[in-house]
Design a protein around this ligand. Structure first.
Ligand SMILES: *Cc1c(COP(=O)(O)O)cnc(C)c1O
Length: 355
């Protein structure tokens, strides 16, 4: 830290993104990206847009929001597009949380929530997950705070039924409830179906996971137009052109070719079941997952040791050092070939350890 760094942010510990190593080619199962390329139309759409890069992008993302409206079944003014769902989350925290409406979220969840809270000087409280890593929805009933819940949760993959989400939303009418649905397309149930009923529900989503566009940075928020207008106030006070032209047009093409992504999600779900069964056979304990990853603990190999050994063998998974979850690794579900390599390498490691 330089001597110029503001005291205002003394406590800020930045988010640690998953490794994106450039040294060699890994079987990359550490950041929940899709193993599949974007759909066919995306390439043409992006190429044809290159000429237009001389012009600013459309801050309102009109074409993209029209297409989103068809897919998600709400009018365009119920939708905002941002540079990844991370940005939507940050904007929503800025807009809706403060000393009087502090944040609450689980102790084990997406690592960016406390960072966004810290940088925006928003107080926050972490509520422990149950012993089985489920979110106890009763902990959030009538808390009178700004609630943020990832559903399915990360890095556990555990899903909370929509009835529980609805109970939380209903019992906190004076606060915004933010549901982060980064992984909902892998077997969850979306709360978008509830936005017409509750003016305090904001659903956040992304093209990074199920739509193979992590590198394009495209995310969204869906909620009552009054909430969307508030988030737009923050967006237009930060960077109205937050979606660049190539990303916007790629997003439109992706939505036109939605069937392709739906099929990919089915494949990932099948590969997830295959992986769960293979890991179980190897003595792993796995949290039931509705996401494109599994959170797995070996009964025999320490979490960090497994992560490092796999890395040495060219397979990257994600290990967290937080005490409560340090025995686990979060493993992204890729192609069946990738998952077979993972299993083979774990068998090798066990063999080398004499297990
Ligand atoms: C990946 C992820 C995001 C971030 O998605 P981007 O759209 O790539 O910014 C948000 N929330 C959770 C829980 C995630 O796992």
């Amino acid at each position: 830290m330089s001597k110029f760094f503001t005291n205002r942010l003394n406590n800020l510990v930045p988010y640690t993104p998953g490794e994106q190593p450039q040294d060699k080619k890994y079987v990359k199962l550490n950041t929940n990206e899709s193993p599949f390329p974007p759909s066919k139309g995306v390439l043409d759409a992006v190429s044809n847009e290159v000429d237009n890069l001389k012009l600013y992008s459309d801050p309102e993302c009109v074409v993209l929001r029209d297409k989103m409206s068809e897919i998600y079944g709400v009018e365009p003014d119920w939708i905002i597009m941002n540079n990844g769902s991370d940005e939507t989350l940050n904007f929503a925290f800025i807009a809706f949380a403060d000393d009087n409406s502090p944040l609450v979220f689980p102790d084990i969840t997406y690592g960016f929530y406390p960072v966004f809270a810290e940088i925006n000087h928003i107080p926050y409280e972490e509520i422990p997950l149950s012993d089985d890593f489920s979110i106890n929805h009763e902990d959030y009933i009538g808390v009178n705070k700004t609630v943020v819940i990832a559903n399915p949760n990360a890095p556990t993959g555990k899903f909370m039924p929509l009835s529980h989400i609805e109970a939380i939303v209903k019992s906190n009418p004076d606060n915004v409830i933010i549901i982060d649905e980064a992984y909902v397309d892998f077997g969850g149930e979306s709360a978008v179906s509830l936005v017409k009923k509750y003016d305090n529900l904001l659903v956040v989503g992304t093209f990074s996971k199920s739509r193979s566009m992590a590198g394009a940075r495209l995310g969204f928020g869906i909620g009552n137009p009054n909430l969307i207008a508030d988030i737009n106030t923050i967006k237009y006070s930060t960077n109205p052109y937050n979606i660049n032209r190539l990303t916007a047009i790629a997003g439109v093409s992706a939505l036109v070719e939605q069937d392709y992504y739906d099929k990919n999600c089915e494949t990932i779900i099948k590969n997830r079941e295959w992986t769960v069964s293979a890991l179980t056979d190897l003595g792993f304990e796995i949290i039931p997952s509705k996401a494109n990853f599994v959170f797995a603990k070996s009964g025999e190999i320490e979490g960090e040791k497994l992560y490092l050994s796999l890395k040495e063998k060219g397979v990257l998974v994600r290990h967290f050092t937080k005490e409560r979850i340090k025995d686990y690794n979060r493993i992204t579900i890729g192609t069946l070939e990738q998952m077979q390599i993972l299993i083979d390498k774990i068998k090798e490691i066990k063999g080398e350890m004499g297990l």
